[in-house]
Ligand binder design. Structure first.
Ligand code: FAD
Length: 300
């Protein structure tokens, strides 16, 4: 079966079979300051020659980055050959307001939306839909389909969304998003390849045939990663904490450890059949670029 095949595959020789026959995408967040803007654009220019099939720009909690997301996506259209994907959430906005944002993207030539419910503005609170808003991501996907012939990606959770009642219910929800017209799912980040293989098998068993692209978070700042993982329910393996322990003040060594961990992780995903990778770059190019390079992906 697929699981045994994947387990056998991870024992293949290191990097021997990586020919770059993969599709990659990169995720960025809209910058807050001029300095951050410079870092972001350096990263975009570094990653552009790897010919990602799309690059996506996140939408801040509660729509707080609405203008900045739009500005970043518009600049991608104007100044690069890249295909941008704009994230959009349902938080604190009416359907009319969200539809206007989507229409503005369509008019600006943006054809790919990452459709999300979003999180409540204050961490830990329950999500309450806007009275005239979309109640969840599936409803947003249906709304977007009425506006234009967008390519739509949605979120998936290999370790289950923290609010889901069960794995089965969470997969049902993913199915609703795909049935509403989404084209692919991108996963929350995770740190054990088996977590992804299990989820992929469960999704296939539930009859889902869309691409489920693993979301890769290349870890270099372990403390920051731990905080992010706690917020979204991603398990941090004990070995990872031990690997980064004591390297807080040793950036060069930490960078080597980070690259090794990330490359080995992606090699095992590749060995298990994965050919699509979505990188949470955190607006930094180096690790994502190095991983792509090791997977055999070369600049055009
Ligand atoms: P949904 O798919 O609507 O699901 C939310 C929860 O509700 C799930 O537990 C689901 O099982 C449950 N649910 C939904 N409908 C039903 C129903 N009818 N009955 C029972 N249960 C139901 N957040 C941002 O704010 N900005 C971003 O740019 C952003 N980008 C992201 C990109 C990716 C790839 C990922 C994985 C997440 C991203 N997020 C972003 C985080 C996301 O907004 C949160 O995880 C949010 O809590 C859930 O969004 P969703 O689209 O998965 O919601």
């Amino acid at each position: 079966d697929q699981m045994t095949e994947a387990q056998n595959a991870v024992r293949q020789p290191l990097f021997a079979d990586l020919r770059g026959d993969i599709a990659v995408s990169f995720e960025f967040f809209p910058p807050k300051t001029e300095k951050m803007e410079e870092t972001l654009w350096d990263s975009i220019k570094t990653l552009e020659p790897l010919e990602p099939r799309f690059v996506s720009v996140t939408y801040g909690a509660g729509g707080s980055t609405r203008e900045r997301t739009h500005a970043t996506v518009s600049r991608l259209v104007r100044e690069t050959t890249l295909t941008p994907a704009a994230h959009l959430t349902c938080v604190d906005a009416s359907r009319g307001e969200i539809d206007d944002v989507a229409r503005a993207y369509w008019d600006a030539g943006v054809r790919h939306i990452v459709a999300l419910r979003g999180d409540p503005p204050r961490a830990g609170e329950r999500f309450v839909p806007h009275p005239d808003g979309y109640e969840n991501a599936a409803a947003l996907v249906a709304g977007l389909r009425r506006i234009g012939d967008f390519e739509i990606s949605v979120a998936a959770y290999p370790e289950m969304h923290p609010e889901a009642a069960s794995v089965v219910q969470d997969l049902d929800n993913l199915k609703r998003k795909l049935d509403a017209g989404a084209h692919r799912a991108i996963t929350q980040f995770f740190f054990e390849p088996e977590t992804y293989f299990r989820f992929r098998d469960n999704a296939a068993a539930a009859g889902l045939s869309a691409e489920i692209v693993p979301g890769i978070l290349p870890v270099s700042n372990f403390a920051q990663t731990k905080r992010m993982a706690e917020m979204c329910g991603t398990a941090i393996p004990g070995w990872m904490g031990r690997l980064f322990e004591g390297l807080e003040e040793r950036p060069a060594a930490r960078g080597l450890v980070a690259a090794t961990v990330a490359a080995e992780f992606c090699r095992r995903l590749y060995a298990g059949g994965v050919r699509e990778f979505h990188f949470y770059t955190l607006n930094r190019a180096d690790l994502s670029y190095a991983i792509c390079h090791m997977l055999g992906k070369r600049a055009a």
